[in-house]
Ligand binder design. Structure first.
Ligand code: SF4
Ligand code: SF4
Length: 110
C-alpha cells in the first residue's frame, strides 16, 4: 500500500478500501498539514487574540478543530492562520468574562 503524502498519487497507487486502516486513521497529516489552507476563510472572519486578557484556560486550544493554537511553554502564544478556517469556535469557547478572542472581518487584513 502506498503512503499518502499529500502529493499527487496515481489512482492505481491509491489503497483500496480493504487496505485502509480501521477507522480511516491517517498516519500523515496529508495535504492540509503542509499547505496554507487559510484561504478557506475567504470573505469570512479570522480570530484575533489579546494575550493581555487571556487567562490561559486553554479552552481555545482544546476546542479548535484545526489545532491552530500555538503553545509556548504550555501557554497560548499565537494562532496559526495557515490552518484557521474562521469557524469562530475558539471565540465562543473563550470564557465570556475574559473574551480574549474576537472575530474580525477578513477583508480588514487584505
Ligand atoms: S476560528 Fe476555528 S479554526 Fe480558526 S482558530 Fe478559531 S477554532 Fe480554530
Ligand atoms: S480560551 Fe480565551 S482565555 Fe482561554 S486560553 Fe484561549 S484565549 Fe486565553
Amino acid at each position: 500500500m502506498s503512503s499518502l503524502t499529500g502529493d499527487s498519487v496515481a489512482a492505481e497507487d491509491l489503497p483500496t478500501w480493504e487496505e485502509l486502516p480501521p477507522g480511516g486513521v491517517s498516519d500523515d497529516f496529508g495535504a492540509t498539514g503542509r499547505k496554507d489552507m487559510g484561504f478557506w476563510r475567504g470573505g469570512g472572519q479570522r480570530p484575533l487574540i489579546d494575550l493581555n486578557m487571556c487567562v490561559q484556560c486553554l479552552h481555545c486550544w482544546i476546542s479548535c478543530p484545526d489545532s491552530c493554537f500555538i503553545l509556548e511553554e504550555g501557554k497560548v502564544a499565537a494562532i496559526n492562520y495557515e490552518h484557521c478556517k474562521g469557524c469562530g469556535i475558539c471565540a465562543q469557547e473563550c470564557p465570556p468574562m475574559v473574551n480574549a478572542i474576537v472575530m474580525i472581518e477578513e477583508r480588514r487584513f487584505a
